[in-house]
Write a protein that binds this ligand. Sequence first.
Ligand code: NAD
Ligand code: DAU
Length: 347
Amino acid sequence: MKNILITGGAGFIGSHVVRLFVKTFTSDHIYNLDALTYAGNLENLKDIESADNYSFIHADIQNLEVLTEIFETNKITHVIHLAAESHVDRSITDPLAFVKTNVLGTANLLQAAKEYWKDEYTDKLFYHVSTDEVYGSLGDTGFFYEDTAYDPRSPYSASKASSDHFVRAYHHTYGLPIVISNCSNNYGPNHFPEKLIPLMINNIIHKKPLPVYGEGLNVRDWLYVIDHARAIECIFSKGENGETYNIGGHNEWTNIDLVHVLCDTMDEKLNRTQGESRKLISYVKDRAGHDLRYAIDATKLKDELGWVPSLQFEEGLRKTIDWYLSNDSWLENVTSGAYAQYYKSMY
Ligand code: NAD
Ligand code: DAU
């Protein structure tokens, strides 16, 4: 039996991973460790919180002593590490918060695993969830491959790159069994509305301006969050020790084209006149150091482990919009209080 520690399981992607694992690995135990920062929300897991093979642990990965105790008490055999500060704009305002959680927190978790496993690594795994942003920014053509040189350009991506290096260092130096995956932009239910898609959905609902950075020509490669969770399950089950896998949707959109689709789809769903929401678009000051384009080549994951995305973008986007429209209390809860202040300081 595995005791699987998932960090950041109350966040956007983490909550989908926790749900999938609780439902898939019914003979194993899933421990969800989360500090419940502004981005962590146990509402995301209401449907599985009383499952027999699930426990929540309120803890901060910045605290090594607490992590050591958690490994010992729960006899942790496997780690899937998602806990992080995840928003690029916040990393520009407060870079050190990203160093503390993403760099120090990851190093703490590696150290706690190494100490508890005591160099006995049979049936153990440290799975680190990372991002395509570590590879930097592409021009109009080309893709990120697993061996693309790291070139992080924001405090967020620098902190994630650093955490990736620590994970590989523990593998090479101490033999810790690891896998790393680097994924493109996720979207879907439970996405915190500081990120592009849920922020635009929330603002369209409330007929607020839609802040597009610069000229809206930056390109992102979007993947439905449940497909990311499926990829993590696939790599967890079948990935090779020490390997890196890129995950992506082969689904590139300029920000402005994506915002147009959101506007038009929501006009249709909200019975508004076509074109009404597009009038809310407002071009604002560009993000500092704004990466132009990300695009993942996920051939290795497809060829070696057989994973492919299950959803087309248009369908995923419709499902996402429907989720936000029918979960207005979730949206209201996360946008009340501190969010209003964040929004005012940012836009
Ligand atoms: P999120 O911000 O929605 O969730 C992060 C979670 O981590 C929250 O529940 C938060 O409470 C928790 N957390 C933060 N600091 C913590 C700490 N010190 N100790 C314990 N828990 C802490 O993030 P997300 O978008 O779900 O991203 C999850 C992971 O996936 C991150 O590592 C991120 O870098 C990576 N990732 C995200 C995307 C994306 O598009 N969102 C794409 C690729 C990779
Ligand atoms: O590529 C993976 C990464 O994707 C993850 O590692 C990050 O955790 C995740 O936040 C995401 O980073 P981005 O910076 O690409 O996502 P964000 O939603 O913040 O922005 C997407 C694009 O939209 C980007 O080009 C900036 C732009 N944007 C964003 C916001 C919030 C706007 O034009 N206006 C906005 O208000």
